[in-house]
Structures are given as structure tokens and as C-alpha cells.
Design a binder for this molecule. Structure first.
Ligand SMILES: NC(=O)c1ccc[n+]([C@@H]2O[C@H](COP(=O)([O-])OP(=O)(O)OC[C@H]3O[C@@H](n4cnc5c(N)ncnc54)[C@H](O)[C@@H]3O)[C@@H](O)[C@H]2O)c1
Length: 343
């Protein structure tokens, strides 16, 4: 069996999980190398996963023979440039979200991929989660009729350390967290969002404001064909990692996440509902594996990827509009700028 040779760029928390999946759980792939700006980290992960090659940059890893594809899991700021470099080197790419932190960089990355004739998948792994997939099947089968309202909640458990804000390598909450819900909002409702209105707060941690970020946000959504929506993000929920989504239609509703007929549910750090996941690596373990396996199989079989660069661009367009709305304190139109196809 021909195997796809994959190198992982950035082997921190997320990249290491992808590397582990590729190494042991995707029979059609061969993890040929890892690279990380921290040489020590790259060496350590390579040793742990018992692979030969570790590098301290993408350029160095691209010299490695047998490399067909690159999985990019560096901090957000470096995604778009790495996509461009990998594409120009003739590699297919699976890039973690977000595709970029601004639309110009996203277009440049997509142009590079298109000119090189390569494939790019974006890491919106929730589309591979069994519960979200089941929801999508029901939407597609028309079981809830015409979608009217989309609601999604995305809460991380632990507050990021201040050093994470100071490092300035990841996008603010809309680019780093809410972008998953923005992607779900397009995918599950099967329509585009035209306008957003963001409300944000730093009330319990005012010091993050100086880094241009917020602690929690709600973003109201207006769809092209009349549906409306609302997504909430909270980066320090304390009680657990809590992701829930609902699509309400003309004939019914689909919920992903729990709904209990109790008068009140009390959730605290160290108490409450024991079934709640602690972390995204636990809640979405199946999805991360299914995502990378699907990427490998589609590349090997010369099929289109399921979550495209265009999906990355469109979700980014919503995040940019949400930031504009947050800054200006009023609704903002969603745009992705010039078409990457014609650029
Ligand atoms: N899809 C998801 O659910 C999900 C979850 C978590 C993180 N992510 C995304 O994955 C990416 C990585 O997040 P993380 O939590 O693993 O971060 P992390 O800080 O744990 O790891 C990042 C790694 O990249 C390395 N690095 C930094 N700059 C680099 C560069 N220019 N070239 C090569 N390596 C570089 C760092 O040394 C570190 O080892 C982020 O873009 C994040 O948004 C996605």
C-alpha cells in the first residue's frame, strides 16, 4: 500500500496529537518528520514517537525526502505563510484553524495553493465529530425543515496564562475560538452569514484588554436567506470544556450537547456534571483522528478535501467582521474581499 508521507510543523499540544495520530492510528500515512521552532521540542517529540527526522523550521523539513504533505500546527500567526511555503514546495496541506489572521494573508495563501495545484484542508475538526455529523445528516435530510435559528456555545475551561496574550502569536477569541462556531454556523445551516453584531466583556479580567482580547463574547448573526443566529465564546468557564450547538428549524430542532429536564444545573470547578469533558483533546479525540485520516485518504486517492481553503477564508471573514463590530460597537458586514479564484 502506498503511504502518504506527512511532516508536522509545530508539535506543541495540538501538533503533537496530530503527530501521534499519524504515527499510530492512520495506517495509510507515514509520519516522516516533525519540525518546531524549539529544536528541543522537535527532538523530544521525534524521540517519543520513534521517528528519525526532526527539524527546527519548515524550510529544513521540506528538504526531507518522502515528504508528500505538511500538517501545520504552529501558532495562528504563522499559518498563512507556512501554507504558502509548503504549497510552493509542492506539498499538500492540512492547516490548523485559522487559515490566517487577516484576509490579505488568507488570499495570498490560497493563491499559492491554487497556483501550485495542491490541496489544502483546514482543521475544522468539529465537522468530523460523530454528533455534529449526525446533526448534519438530519439537516440534509430535511428533518428540521428550513433552518431558522442557529445557536452555539464554546467555552474553554482554564483561563489562558497572561504570557499567552503577551506572546502575541495567536488571534483574539474570534480567530482562535469562535471561528469553530462560525464554521459550524455556515456548514450546518448551509447558508452564508452577511452581518454580525459582537458584544464582548473583559469584566472579570480587565488586563487582557491591553492585548486587544476579551474574556467572553456573544456574536449575533444574520444569514443571507433569512435565518438568524448567536454564538457565545468564553475562555475561562472554570467548570469544564463545554461545547453545545442547536439548529432550530421550521419542523424541529437538533441539539448537539446535553439538555436535561432539571430545574437548575449547577456547574463549578471541581463539581457538577461529571460527564463534561475537561479539554478539547478529550471531547474531540475521535474528530481529530477522523479529520487527519480523511485528509490522508483523500490526498492518496486524488479526491477533493472535505474542508477547503475557501471554508477557511469564509470563516475568517466572519471573524474579521466580528472584530470590526467589537472595535466599532455596531453591526458589521461580512466580506472576504476579492475572490481568491480570480486573484
Ligand atoms: N482545532 C482545534 O481544536 C485546535 C485546538 C487547539 C489548538 N489549535 C490550533 O493549533 C495551533 C497550535 O496550538 P497549540 O495549542 O498546539 O499551541 P502550542 O503553543 O502548544 O504549540 C505551538 C508549537 O509551535 C511551535 N512554534 C512556534 N512558532 C513556530 C514556527 N514559526 N515554526 C515552527 N514551530 C513553531 C512552538 O514551539 C510550539 O511547540 C494554533 O493555531 C491553534 O489555534 C486548534
Amino acid at each position: 500500500m502506498r503511504k502518504l508521507g506527512v511532516g508536522v510543523l509545530g508539535v506543541g499540544e495540538m501538533g503533537k496529537r496530530h503527530a501521534e495520530n499519524l504515527r499510530s492510528l492512520v495506517p495509510e500515512a507515514r509520519l516522516v518528520a516533525v519540525a518546531d521552532a524549539s529544536t528541543e521540542r522537535a527532538r523530544q517529540v521525534a524521540a517519543e514517537l520513534e521517528i528519525e527526522h526532526s527539524y527546527s523550521s519548515l524550510d529544513a523539513m521540506l528538504e526531507c525526502k518522502d515528504l508528500d504533505a505538511v500538517l501545520i500546527a504552529t501558532p495562528d500567526k504563522f499559518h498563512a505563510q507556512a501554507v504558502g511555503i509548503a504549497a510552493r514546495a509542492g506539498k499538500d496541506i492540512l492547516c490548523e484553524k485559522p487559515l490566517a489572521l487577516n484576509l490579505a494573508d488568507a488570499h495570498a495563501a490560497l493563491r499559492a495553493v491554487s497556483r501550485a495545484g495542491r490541496r489544502l484542508q483546514i482543521g475544522f475538526m468539529r465537522r468530523y465529530d460523530p454528533a455534529y455529523r449526525a446533526a448534519m445528516k438530519r439537516v440534509e435530510a430535511g428533518e428540521i425543515g428550513v433552518p431558522v435559528i442557529f445557536k452555539s456555545v464554546g467555552r474553554d475551561k482554564d483561563a489562558p496564562p497572561l504570557a499567552a496574550y503577551q506572546a502575541n502569536v495567536n488571534g483574539m477569541v474570534f480567530y482562535n475560538n469562535t471561528i469553530h462556531d462560525f464554521d459550524l454556523a455556515r456548514w450546518l445551516v448551509r447558508d452564508e452569514i452577511t452581518e454580525v453584531h459582537a458584544y464582548t466583556t473583559v469584566a472579570i479580567r480587565p488586563e487582557v484588554a491591553q492585548y486587544g482580547d476579551v474574556v467572553a463574547s456573544v456574536v449575533n448573526l444574520q444569514y443571507q436567506q433569512g435565518a438568524i443566529g448567536n454564538v457565545e465564546s468564553y475562555v475561562q468557564a472554570a467548570y469544564g470544556y463545554d461545547v453545545r450547538t442547536e439548529i432550530v428549524g421550521s419542523k424541529g430542532s437538533i441539539l448537539v450537547g446535553s439538555l436535561r429536564q432539571t430545574a437548575a444545573t449547577f456547574l463549578t470547578a471541581g463539581g457538577g456534571v461529571q460527564t463534561l469533558a475537561d479539554h478539547f483533546l478529550t471531547r474531540f479525540a475521535d474528530a481529530y483522528l477522523a479529520e487527519v485520516r480523511d485528509f490522508v485518504q483523500n490526498i492518496l486517492n486524488d479526491r477533493p478535501v472535505r474542508v477547503t481553503g475557501e471554508d477557511g477564508l469564509k470563516a475568517l471573514g466572519i471573524a474579521v467582521a466580528a472584530e470590526n463590530s467589537h472595535v466599532q460597537g455596531k453591526p458589521a458586514r461580512v466580506t472576504v474581499g476579492r475572490s481568491s479564484a480570480s486573484a
